[in-house]
Design a protein around this ligand. Structure first.
Ligand code: TRP
Length: 335
């Protein structure tokens, strides 16, 4: 018997890059292999992606790419319940019920909304310019995702911690008003280090400094050759702790390989040489996954089947929970 639920959502917005892989995907998949006490629910938050984009082709394509990436990176659908948020209409129903409990003042402080409002005010626009109810209520929907399955642990990036605090507040209000119904969730925050991009800023699609996770091998090599270095010549000792190259090397190498590379830096390895070694190392891990990724991308029907099978597994749980919730709030049959 598993002791608790670990759940996280992945918003399909864009093609995953190396920063997503090292910061979120690889540790989340690793966790499914090492934590025997958890039941795992990992889902595509496609309702959430509507907040940022109304481009339906883009959302669909991105959902396929994100699902294919997780499967290629080793997520095992037998072990992890992987599904699409939008296949569970119960989420939308719970979202509404929770929005009748969530205080507006709580959501006024949510940072995604607050950032836009502050920017509007600063620039002399109406404070709600470009603010949809979806953006405003985003943390309520996220709460519904989590508590529908009584998740206890929620692996997220540091930027999502506030949303978990909001979820805890909402759970507290609901349980207080209607009696103990939902488990109080907790954020599990990763190490918080964001991968540096090719140009030295944090890796982000919007800076155009990211390496696409499963790009063709040639492109991977080209991108690695673009990593910013200084003008030190071969033979000059180099500081591994100030090098983006070394940071990537450390993320992909075995401890002895990383130690050897550290020594090679101190011994003055040339940048070209170091880049070639880095490429070999990264590609060693990604090449077999890239092949699986290509397979899934060209067989979207198989991804669909996997996601629907996942939804079938979790649907009975969601239904049972919603029956309990409906009862508690007074939506019941008259008979
Ligand atoms: N908001 C999260 C993000 O952008 C994605 C998400 C949606 C999520 N629902 C969730 C994460 C529930 C954890 C639990 O990263």
């Amino acid at each position: 018997m598993k002791r608790h639920v670990t759940l996280t959502g992945i918003t399909p917005s864009g093609t995953p890059h190396l920063g997503n892989y090292l910061g979120a995907m690889r540790p989340a998949i690793e966790k499914t292999r090492t934590d025997a006490n958890s039941e795992f629910f990992y889902f595509l938050a496609d309702y959430h992606s509507l907040i940022k984009s109304q481009d339906f082709d883009r959302i669909r394509q991105s959902s396929i790419e994100v699902a294919a990436s997780w499967l290629a990176a080793g997520l095992d659908p037998e072990q992890v319940k992987i599904y699409r948020q939008s296949d569970l209409i119960e989420t939308a129903e719970l979202n509404w019920i929770l929005s009748c409990v969530a205080p507006k003042g709580l959501l006024n402080r949510a940072h995604a909304y607050k950032a836009i409002r502050d920017d509007n005010v600063e620039n002399g626009r109406d404070e709600d310019f470009n603010v949809t109810m979806g953006l405003y209520c985003y943390p309520v929907l996220m709460t519904a995702d989590i508590i529908l399955f009584d998740a206890k642990y929620v692996p997220v990036g540091a930027d999502q911690v506030q949303h978990l605090e909001i979820a805890r507040d909402i759970v507290g209000s609901f349980n207080y008003r209607y009696g103990e119904t939902f488990v109080l969730p907790e954020a599990l925050v990763g190490d918080g280090k964001l991968l540096t991009g090719l140009d030295g800023r944090k890796m982000s699609k919007s800076y155009n400094n990211a390496i696409e996770l499963y790009c063709p091998e040639k492109q991977l090599k080209k991108d690695i050759m673009k990593i910013k270095t200084n003008s030190q010549l071969p033979g000059e000792p180099k500081n591994p702790d100030e090098s983006i190259l070394f940071e990537y090397f450390a993320a992909f190498g075995q401890p002895d390989e990383v130690a050897n590379m550290r020594q090679a830096f101190l011994d003055g390895i040339g940048w070209g040489d170091a880049k070639e070694k880095l490429f070999q190392l990264v590609n060693r891990e990604l090449a077999p996954e890239r092949e699986k990724y290509q397979y899934y991308i060209s067989h979207p029907g198989e991804i669909e089947d996997i996601l629907l099978a996942g939804a079938d597994k979790v649907k009975p749980l969601a239904k049972a929970k919603m029956e309990e919730v409906r009862n508690k709030v007074g939506i019941r049959a008259f008979r």
